[in-house]
Design a protein around this ligand. Structure first.
Ligand code: CS2
Length: 480
């Protein structure tokens, strides 16, 4: 039995394994992070770790799990330390990181989370909670029919969703005369900062109009574009990494060497010196976000659904299939033309780098993982570039086929679904009740609230029909 990774063991780790260049006990907390999953631990926490290593000890992170206690239970016995494994080809570089100082489990004690968020030394609240945790209508307004929104409005002192926590914590700070924190969304949504601001303000207006005005006027919600490929940790990763450490790490994180973070520089309460560690601080994130969502994430979704239909387990396997590779390159050509200015000029070198990242066989990024939550992801990955093309009078066959691949993969899932969607119950009802391709596609696009779907329904429905009749291989063969 290996001993558990913890602070006392750091000095005994084998040579070549990086460890915190600071004493985690000396770090004070300045950030509360909502949604402390693998992505956060491989991305923002790694940037914060680099800042702590340079001696600015104010930015330790209090992580908050909004659902389960699993992360807290894994990391508490190891002094919140964990291993980050950067893998490329045959190489694996291990670093033990220590920027997390505590993990709170929101459903167990929502008040403790609010107390943490209300502390004067917390100057930043950051989020990676995935697309579905932002309760919005297709037009971007607050979705008041969302059950979490309704529950949090009914009981503001004991919230469960991000809007309830942010709004109530800002109310507590205001009542105590503490300056508000800055709110930084790190989710894959376009204009994630202003999207979140609108939701928090609209939510707060329903509790207290004066609070809503304060948030509107005094709280900064910078936008950011985050990028690092972080597959879910597999049991084999846990075992291999623990063996190399000579100590058991219950939940390491596996990722690629590449990382990128572009952040709108609007932090009235201060922030870590991120730019010293490669973060691009800019005045407008939108072009970066659009390029990343349409080229990286769009290709990911196309690979995920075609991969699911063709039986490819990982992104690298699917991307090695010439049919998928060719389809993705066509999708890139189509989507790149919708980008503006510099982003359009950079698209060629950007997608070249993406090809190398997707081909990294050491990552084992499962197509099923990316296939989750399509109804929440496709609007920014496929629908927005598709509509941009239609507005210019061009066609968008690959983007339409991408949506059809999603519908076909949903239909093909069977009784042991490999991936899920928040709309699953209603999606199954559509497949049970409707038979012909066009009404099925129409009902799904309508349910998912895809903007102006009537404009592209015929193209999506024909591609779906062909996948049904002739199969996915025949369909992919059609695209030059
Ligand atoms: C992926 C992203 O699961 C998904 O939907 O497309 O998580 C992707 O790996 C990251 O955005 C990369 O930065």
């Amino acid at each position: 039995m290996l001993p558990r990774l913890n602070k006392a063991l750091l000095a005994e780790l084998p040579d070549g394994i990086a460890r915190p260049a600071y004493d985690p006990a000396e770090v004070t907390t300045g950030i509360v992070h909502l949604g402390v999953g693998a992505f956060h631990r491989a991305h923002q926490a790694a940037y914060v770790d680099a800042c702590l290593a340079e001696g600015d000890a104010r930015w330790g992170i209090i992580g908050v799990s909004l659902r389960s206690s699993a992360m807290r239970d894994a990391l508490a016995p190891q002094d919140w330390l964990y291993t980050l494994a950067e893998r490329q080809g045959d190489g694996e570089r291990l670093k033990v990181l220590g920027p997390l100082r505590e993990v709170l489990v929101a459903p167990e004690d929502p008040r403790a989370v609010l107390e943490a968020m209300a502390k004067p030394e917390i100057r930043l609240v950051t989020l990676t909670v995935t697309e579905k945790a932002y309760p919005r209508t297709p037009e971007g307004a607050l979705d008041t029919s969302d059950p979490t929104v309704a529950a949090d409005l009914a009981d503001p002192a004991s919230p469960s969703g991000i809007l309830g926590f942010i709004s109530q914590a800002l109310a507590l700070r205001r009542a105590a005369g503490t300056a508000p924190f800055t709110v930084l969304s790190c989710d894959n949504l376009p204009a994630n900062g202003s999207t979140l601001r609108r939701l928090v303000v609209e939510f707060s207006r329903l509790c207290d109009p004066a609070l809503a005005r304060h948030i509107q006027e005094d709280v900064a919600f910078p936008s950011s574009m985050v990028d690092r490929i972080v597959p879910a940790t597999a049991e084999t990763d846990r075992e291999r990494i623990s063996r190399t450490l000579g100590a058991e790490d219950a939940w390491p994180v596996v990722t690629e060497p590449f990382m990128q973070w572009v952040v709108e520089d609007d932090f009235p309460q201060g922030r870590p010196d991120w730019e010293r560690h490669g973060v691009e601080m800019v005045s407008d994130v939108e072009p970066f976000e659009e390029m990343k969502l349409r080229l990286l994430n769009g290709a990911h979704s196309a690979i995920a659904y075609s991969g699911q239909l063709l039986g490819h387990e990982t992104v690298a396997d699917a991307f090695a299939d010439p049919l998928v590779d060719r389809f993705v390159k066509g999708l890139w050509r189509e989507a790149a033309e919708t980008l503006s200015g510099a982003a359009r000029l950079e698209a060629g070198s950007y997608t070249e780098r993406l090809s190398a990242r997707f081909a990294n066989p050491a990552l084992r990024h499962r197509t099923a993982q990316i296939a989750n939550d399509g109804s929440q992801k496709l609007p920014q990955r496929f629908v927005s570039p598709l509509l941009a093309r239609l507005e210019e009078g061009s066609s968008a066959p690959h983007l339409c086929a991408g949506i059809a691949l999603w519908i076909a993969a949903l239909e093909a899932r069977g009784s042991q679904p490999a991936f899920s969607d928040p709309l699953d119950e209603r999606l199954s009802a559509i497949f049970d009740e409707t038979d012909a391709a066009e009404p099925t596609a129409e009902a799904i696009l309508q349910l998912a609230g895809f903007r102006s779907f009537k404009d592209y329904l015929p193209a999506v429905a024909s591609a779906f029909q062909r996948i049904r009749n002739e199969g996915v291989t025949a369909e992919l063969t059609r695209y030059p």
